[in-house]
Design a protein. Structure first.
Length: 236
């Protein structure tokens, strides 16, 4: 039996498959760790949550396992008034986004600060957590980091939600799942390009604005206007 051919064929297939996975999965992962996440990237992933596209956690794209973004002006623990703060509430069992699960995705310095000052390592999905995005000056450079306010300030998800009135429960992040589910990405992008687009569609994203977001909805070619800032340029 000509078994040799099968052996050669399957090895060639294995080599081609392995090489393509190395290029598509490993190389971008190494690349992105060399980029420091911006506060926009942190805001995006914390408001979208981990489940933003086709995944086993939400196979029918119903928006399961979404965090709730709120704006609060009272400290959930002490009740004292604080400056208006955007908080990302992950109730029990809501999956954390990639930057919390794998902090190195945030880039070297933001990851280190998020762990030391922000104590994100102590957050647990079993208990839920509340996150906020903060900035600190590290050797003369402004570094954004994620703070696990449950550990640092004792803000529990329930107490934080109680401090947010209904109008303050932002719908942030809810549109992304719709965008993916309804196939808007087929024609629209969420990536204004740094060309003349800029003047009409609003500021283009910078390198580091997407660390930890999954999936990104760049689209491959664009058949319709970019929708990134559509809410601010059109009236409801
Ligand atoms: C088959 C391609 C296609 C798909 C799919 C599609 N759109 Fe569009 N959309 C267009 C085109 C083309 C325009 C521009 C129409 C014009 O300017 O006359 C547009 C315009 C828009 C605009 C106005 C944009 C602006 O800058 O004023 C919005 C908002 C929009 N679409 C939302 C959506 C949403 C939400 C979905 C998914 C539910 C979606 N579109 C899916 C083709 C598409």
């Amino acid at each position: 039996m000509a078994f040799r051919e099968y052996k050669i064929g399957s090895r060639m297939f294995g080599l081609a498959f392995g090489t393509s996975m190395f290029i598509t999965l490993y190389m971008p992962a190494v690349d992105i760790q060399n980029v420091s996440a911006t506060s926009i990237a942190m805001d995006r992933q914390l408001s979208f949550g981990r489940v933003g596209g086709f995944s086993y956690e939400d196979p029918f794209l119903q928006g399961w396992g979404k965090p709730i973004t709120v704006q609060i002006s009272q400290d959930p623990k002490t009740g004292a008034s604080i400056e208006s703060t955007r908080a990302f509430v992950y109730e029990k069992d809501v999956p954390f986004p990639n930057g919390i699960r794998h902090p190195r995705i945030l880039g070297k310095v933001p990851a280190a600060v998020s762990k030391s000052k922000g104590r994100i390592n102590e957050a647990s999905e079993d208990q839920g957590a509340v996150f906020i995005v903060r900035e600190v000056i590290e050797s003369g450079v402004m570094v954004p980091y994620i703070e696990n306010a449950t550990a640092t300030r004792g803000w529990s998800p329930t107490a934080t939600l109680a401090k947010a009135s209904d109008s303050q429960r932002l719908l942030v992040g809810k549109g992304k799942i719709m965008f993916v589910r309804e196939g808007c990405w087929w024609c629209h992008t969420l990536l204004p390009e740094q060309t003349q687009d800029w003047q009409y569609f609003g500021a283009p994203p910078m390198l580091g604005d997407f660390n930890g977001e999954s999936p990104t909805a760049f689209g491959s070619d664009r058949k319709a206007p970019d929708l990134t800032h559509v809410g601010s340029r059109n009236s409801a």
